[in-house]
Structures are given as C-alpha cells and as structure tokens.
Write a protein that binds this ligand. Structure first.
Ligand code: UFG
Length: 318
C-alpha cells in the first residue's frame, strides 16, 4: 500500500501458503487500486521464468520466506530450500534479463547478541543461532556476491521486531495456530483466545529482568522499503550492496510492552513469569542513524500506537 501511495505500480507474487487472497480486496479498499497478483511458488523455477518473461519489472522487493525461528530448528531443510532457492531463482532471472534494483528482507538476527548497544550496521555478523537466521546471513552473502559479479544493485533491510496493523485496521498480522511472537500472543490473550501470556524469563541482566527488543510499527517498516527502492531507482546508492537497520532505536522490555499494552487498551493482561525461551538473546535495539541520514527515513509511530493498532486488529478478528 505504501508503494501504491508513492505512485508505484505493484505486482504481487505469493504462493498463499501463509497468507489469504482476501488481503488483495483489503488493499484495494484502502488504496482504491487493485494490485496485480500472481499465485506463484518461487521454488518453481519455470513459473518464475515465465513470470519475468511476461512482465516488465523495474525492481523487486523480496519478502517471501519462512520466518519462524523455532520451526527452522525442527525443519532446517525446508528453510534452506525455501529461503535460499527462492532467492537464487529470483536473482538468476533478474540477472538474465537485466532487471536491477533488489530489496531484501533481512533481520537483526544476523547480529546475534551484539556486544554493543544500540546496534550499528558495523556490528559483526555473529554465528547464526538458528537455520532461519542462517538463511538471512547466507541470503545477504548471495546478494553481495551477485551484486559484485553481475553489477546489480541491492539493499538489505535488517528488520528489528515488526508489530502493529495498518491504521485502516484492514491489514494486520494473521499468525496461523498458536502465535510465536510476543504481540499477537498478547492480543490473543487479552481477547480470551489464550489463557495467559508466558513471559519468557525475568532473570536477564536488564532493569526489570525481562528481555529487550526494538518494536517497529509495520507501516514505518513498509515506508523504509519505499525509500530504499527509490534510492536504487534514483541511483543514489554509494555501493552495489548496502544494508540498513530498520528499528526505532528504542529498546523495550517484555514487561514494559505488557504495561504499555494495558495502559493504551485498558485491558488487564493475564501473564505469568516462565522460564527463558531457548535461543533468545538478552537485548537488541537498533542504532538507526544510517537509515535516518542516508535513507532519510524516520519511524513516526510510537510503541503505544503500534500496540493499540494491534489490539484493534485483534478485536476485528474475534
Ligand atoms: N516473548 C515472551 N512470551 C511470548 C513470546 C515472546 O515473553 O509468548 C518474549 C521473547 O522471549 C522475546 C520477546 O518477547 O524476549 C520478543 O519475542 P518475539 O518472538 O516476538 O520476537 P524475537 O525477538 O524472538 O524474534 C524476532 C522475529 C524473528 C527474528 C528475531 C531476530 O520474530 O523473525 O526477532 O532477533 F529472527
């Protein structure tokens, strides 16, 4: 929708394995422009080939990937097959047809537990803790090598923790089954779908003992993609492959998120302290100076606004 708002003609490819076709109607209701849609599994090399044969594409934003950390430990080959093959097939087609301008959904997971906070883009890439995280690291490497060899231009956006719903409350997060992430678990608990929220650990070395993350409103995140694409299309990039942190710069603990949610929604939340979740880091929040200055992008929404939108979205579902 942010691309459409900025005048781009949008073509969506999705295999609908983790999304619903109704989303197209919801986008159309908000923007009054129906995006073109192709149901394609990016692992289907022939289908990707045909798509590029039939469509004149100026740039690609590659969001499509599996993204559950825990699941990736159980099903590593699914993650490598999907996240890596899809990326390679896309880049091959782009290279073969001289389609340039590639934006990649990367993740702050590439930094692991950074030694210094806030995390700048100069922080070293740490050994991945999960196959999911590894696919993001390998993905960045594949793009870097491709940019060098084929003179392509790409930007990786390293997302911190995206949350919230569009202000129209027509587009939001739809986790399948039991949510793994904090915010949908909170909203489902408040809605009575889940009995209680388990707070994973209160013995971290933080001010209240719970883990700290940088929660960014998904619409702010979307706007960063528009800026990144415009940077490439306008040939403003300084290097073939650039990467940016996309967060708010503010860290919030799990308890702070719970308190903020209770305050803005006036909903008391049933929660209990539980053991730490395996693989979780203590604290991650972004230094966003590079994105602020180079992309001329700044998040506009607060944690409270993001939580309220997530709650309104939840209420619409139940
Ligand atoms: N948490 C709870 N209870 C829950 C769910 C989460 O206490 O029921 C806590 C977690 O322990 C963590 C925080 O809330 O401290 C945030 O957890 P999320 O699962 O929402 O997010 P993560 O930071 O673990 O994961 C996110 C993305 C991943 C990405 C990762 C990078 O979901 O895709 O950041 O660090 F890889």
């Amino acid at each position: 929708m942010e691309l459409q708002n900025s005048g781009f003609e949008v073509v969506i490819i999705d295999d609908l394995s983790n999304s619903r076709i109704e989303v197209l109607e919801q986008i159309t209701e908000v923007t009054e422009i129906k995006p073109e849609f192709h149901q394609i599994d990016l692992r289907d090399k022939k289908a990707v080939y045909n798509f590029f044969n039939e469509n004149k594409i100026e740039g690609v934003i590659h969001f499509a990937a599996f993204k559950a950390v825990g699941e990736s430990v159980q099903k590593p080959l699914d993650y490598y097959e999907n996240n890596i093959n899809a990326l390679v097939y896309l880049l091959q087609e782009m290279k073969d047809r001289n389609v340039d301008h590639f934006i990649f959904s990367s993740s702050c997971t590439v930094y692991g537990q950074a030694d210094k906070l806030p995390i700048t883009e100069k922080a070293p890439i740490k050994l991945a803790k999960s196959p999911y995280g590894n696919t993001k690291q390998i993905g960045e490497e594949i793009i870097k090598d491709s940019c060098k060899a084929y003179n392509m231009n790409a930007i990786a956006l390293r997302y911190f923790n995206p949350i919230g719903a569009h202000e129209s409350i027509k587009i939001g997060e739809l986790p399948l089954g039991v949510p793994q992430n904090l915010i949908p678990f909170i909203t489902q608990t408040a809605a009575g779908i889940r009995e209680e929220l388990a707070v994973f650990g209160d013995d971290y070395p933080t001010s209240d003992g719970t883990a700290i993350r940088d929660y960014i409103h998904v619409v702010d995140l979307a706007k960063a993609h528009v800026k990144a694409l415009q940077r490439l299309l306008n040939k403003q990039n300084k290097e073939n492959f650039e990467f940016f942190n996309v967060g708010t710069g503010k860290g919030s603990s799990v308890m702070e998120v719970i308190k903020a949610f209770e305050k803005v929604t006036q909903q008391p939340l049933n929660y209990r302290i539980a053991a730490r979740r395996e693989g979780d880091i203590t604290s991650a929040y972004a230094d966003t100076t590079k994105a602020n200055e180079v992309l001329e992008w700044k998040p506009q929404e607060t944690l409270e606004e993001a939580l309220l939108s997530a709650w309104k979205w939840q209420q619409k579902q139940s």
